[in-house]
Design a protein around this ligand. Structure first.
Ligand SMILES: Nc1ncnc2c1ncn2[C@@H]1O[C@H](COP(=O)(O)OP(=O)(O)OP(=O)(O)OP(=O)(O)OC[C@H]2O[C@@H](n3cnc4c(N)ncnc43)[C@H](O)[C@@H]2O)[C@@H](O)[C@H]1O
Length: 215
């Protein structure tokens, strides 16, 4: 069985066949994810492994992404057929497990869910999703990502929710459909956010005590 550092080197070697621009992005995500992981006291090697794996299939043509997803037995929704790029994380998670022998379930979940999020996410997955969204190039392109980055240092869940709000606007702007998996995650995050900030109980209405009703 290989060590985690050997697994990282094996995944990293795969980028030799991929576009230089993608490698540069992944290197930025690795640095960003390690920084955030250190703040949340996570195992840096496991986070780095997930960061290296997350975009292995990002640059593949859409037809290949659809074919690979079908070969891997992944569920393919109507939204995935319209936008096969949404399958690149799930494909990478399967290939990392089956071809590269990676068995760290939380790291694989982070790879799988880095585009859409999921209702249940281990800390590693939250860190990878957010680091991918606010690595330096992206926060230069989308300045609101700087605020989400600042928030992630204090509260990962609030940062995810803010990213989901931003994404909702992005989807409407581009005329994209919200992916069902992302919507399920978002609904859960909103419910958890409000549960954490419980409102005072609503008192029963007493119409008789209300002068407006006594008249
Ligand atoms: N072939 C290539 N050659 C050279 N460089 C390359 C390359 N491919 C990638 N790169 C480089 O790698 C960088 C990183 O790629 P990404 O990290 O995928 O960066 P991105 O395209 O800006 O998308 P995003 O940050 O939203 O990422 P996500 O996985 O969430 O989302 C992934 C995509 O899903 C799409 N998406 C998300 N939600 C969607 C929805 N609901 N409907 C439709 N599409 C949706 C968006 O188009 C988004 O771009 C690129 O910016 C580029 O510099």
């Amino acid at each position: 069985m290989s060590t985690i550092r050997q697994q990282i080197e094996a995944v990293r070697a795969e980028y030799a066949r991929l576009p230089a621009g993608l490698l540069a992005h992944v290197e930025r995500v690795v640095a960003e994810a390690r920084d955030l992981a250190a703040r949340w006291d996570l195992d840096l090697d496991r986070v780095e492994l997930a960061a290296w794996g997350h975009d292995l299939f990002r640059a593949h043509p859409p037809a290949d992404q659809l074919r690979l997803a079908a070969e891997a037995g992944l569920p393919i929704t109507e939204t995935d057929r319209l936008e096969p790029v949404l399958l690149h994380g799930p494909i990478a998670a399967v290939v990392l497990r089956e071809r590269l022998g990676i068995t760290d379930d939380e790291a694989l979940a982070a790879v799988r869910d880095h585009t859409l999020g999921a209702a249940e996410m281990p800390l590693i997955a939250k860190v990878i999703l957010l680091a991918d969204k606010f690595e330096p190039r992206k926060r230069q392109r989308t300045p609101v990502m700087r605020e989400i980055r600042r928030l992630a240092r204090r509260d990962l869940d609030a940062a995810l929710l803010c990213w989901a709000d931003w994404k909702w606007v992005e989807e409407r702007t581009h005329g994209w459909v919200s992916h069902p998996a992302h919507w399920t995650a978002r609904v859960r995050w909103v419910a958890e956010h409000h549960a954490d900030r419980a409102l005072p109980p609503i008192l029963p209405l007493d119409d008789d005590a209300d002068p407006a009703f006594g008249a």
